[in-house]
Ligand binder design. Structure first.
Ligand code: FES
Ligand SMILES: [Fe+2]
Length: 466
């Protein structure tokens, strides 16, 4: 059996054309990864088949398509898809390819459709992807077009939802969405599903192209270590690191969490990073949240948290709130306070969801959604929008720093000598779980080391090698 660009698979063990077994790209003893993983077209093709055709991927926020017939066109890996609201309010994710001869069905970015009609020969499909009709059906096919026995409908993905974000997976045999989230569902609900009415997006996602391999972003999510050097300029502006020599102020002290499934989470220790002056030492988690509401919330929303979250989840977002939440392979959420760009120099909330779509070994497209609470008053909504675009997306202070690293490494791996280097992840803390910490997964409490990042690579290696 061979993959599309020549990577041979002997049994279940993929081997590259130069004879290298894919599993040998990873040294688990030394915790190193060969940097050629960011360059080789053969590896890219294997990723599309083994990861992106079989993983849960975010495609839209449900608030982008509120009414029956509303749709957006997106990508899952290299496959174009339509995310469509049906007449019953349900959401379908359809391969954007006609079942007749494979023509791209829809070329609009977004719109409203009663059904989808192929521009080539005119076959028509329902909002759920069912075959409806073919022009001149009797003259063309007589009674041979076997709608009853042949599947003439569009390829569909199965769907799941988190905080209104619609996820889809082409593989109907894949684990359920809840199983995919596993222990991470608890953390993500605490950070994102805390209010009665939940979240919505502010407009369509920002889109931009990055000249780098998609993994350079994905594996970086758990890397706290880079903040002090790469984000120095953001620190100088007051975005991060209000005390340059204090690791807590750079978000380096806290709790990292990882799972065998490759999800990674970085929680900062609010008790170290913020000054709770004026609150008594015995203040409860709810009192502290009411005094300093988490990003995107106000005191009225904090009062609702108890209806939606457990005491353990409330303690999490009061003491060690998730800052960076990464889901393998292509999703992250950030919730933090940062400089808003206002003339008064104040901080505001960042609430963002992102996905990265591999286009080529050295190119990915980024989609960045701004999230707000549906109940957010206009001033909070405006401040969240302003602060988020100042920090993330094409105009973001933080993201522009990160993009330097993604593109800087990508330039190195273009070279035949450079790509023989390895990425190194030896700084391991191990499992350290405080007694009063309620979350699951592999918990690494303390200085943010490489544990969670290496967990991401272990999952990647497992999916690519076996
Ligand atoms: S390819 Fe769509 S109708 Fe022929
Ligand atoms: Fe960063």
């Amino acid at each position: 059996m061979s993959a599309s660009n020549g990577a041979e698979e002997s049994g279940a063990m993929p081997r590259l054309k130069d004879g290298t077994l894919v599993r040998d790209l990873f040294d688990h003893g030394k915790r190193q990864v060969q940097l050629r993983v960011h360059h080789d077209a053969e590896i890219f093709d294997l990723e599309m088949e083994r990861i992106f055709a079989k993983s849960w991927l975010p495609v839209a926020h449900e608030s982008e398509i509120p009414n029956p017939g509303d749709f957006v066109r997106r990508y899952m890996g290299q496959d174009s898809c339509l995310v469509v609201r049906g007449d019953d309010g349900g959401i379908s994710v359809l391969l954007n390819a006609c079942s007749h001869r494979g023509m791209a069905l829809c070329r609009e970015e977004k719109g409203k459709a009663a059904n989808f009609k192929c521009p080539y020969h005119g076959w028509a499909f329902s909002k759920e992807g069912r075959f409806m009709a073919a022009p001149f059906e009797k003259q063309m096919y007589g009674d041979q077009l076997r709608r009853d026995t042949e599947d003439l409908g569009l390829v569909t993905a199965k769907t799941g939802m988190l905080a209104g974000m619609v996820f889809a997976n082409w593989d109907h045999e894949a684990e359920s969405f809840q199983d995919y989230l596993g222990d991470f569902g608890w953390y993500l609900q605490a950070a994102l599903e805390r209010t009665n009415r939940g979240l919505e997006v502010v407009g369509p996602p920002q889109r931009h192209i990055m000249r780098a391999n998609w993994k350079l972003l994905a594996e970086q999510l758990a890397d706290g270590y880079h903040a002090r050097a790469l984000h120095q300029s953001a620190g100088d502006m007051g975005t991060l690191g209000h005390n340059p020599n204090d690791p807590a102020s750079w978000g380096l002290i806290g709790i990292n969490v990882s799972t065998p499934g490759g999800h990674t989470l970085r929680c900062i220790d609010m008790r170290l990073a913020y000054n709770f002056e004026g609150l008594s030492a015995e203040a409860s988690a709810k009192e502290r949240l009411a005094a300093i509401p988490p990003p995107g919330a106000n005191p009225a929303m904090v009062a609702e948290f108890g209806q939606n979250l457990t005491d353990g989840q409330i303690a999490l977002i009061a003491d060690t709130p998730p800052l960076v939440m990464g889901l393998f392979p292509g999703t992250d959420f950030f919730t933090l306070m940062s400089v808003s760009g206002s003339e008064d120099g104040s901080h505001g909330p960042v609430m963002v969801a992102r996905t990265w779509i591999p286009r080529a070994p050295d190119l990915f497209e980024m989609l960045t959604w701004i999230l707000v609470e549906k109940d957010a008053p206009e001033d909070l909504r405006e401040k969240t929008k302003r602060t988020t675009v100042r920090n993330f997306g094409i105009s973001g202070y933080i993201e522009q720093d990160d993009a330097e690293a993604w593109q800087g490494i990508q330039k190195v791996v273009q070279g035949p000598v450079g790509r023989k280097l390895t990425g190194k992840y030896q700084a391991q803390l191990g499992i350290v779980k405080p007694d009063d910490f309620h979350g699951g997964g592999d918990v690494h409490a303390g200085f943010s080391r490489d544990d969670a990042q290496w967990a991401w690579w272990k999952r990647y290696a497992e999916v690519m090698s076996n």
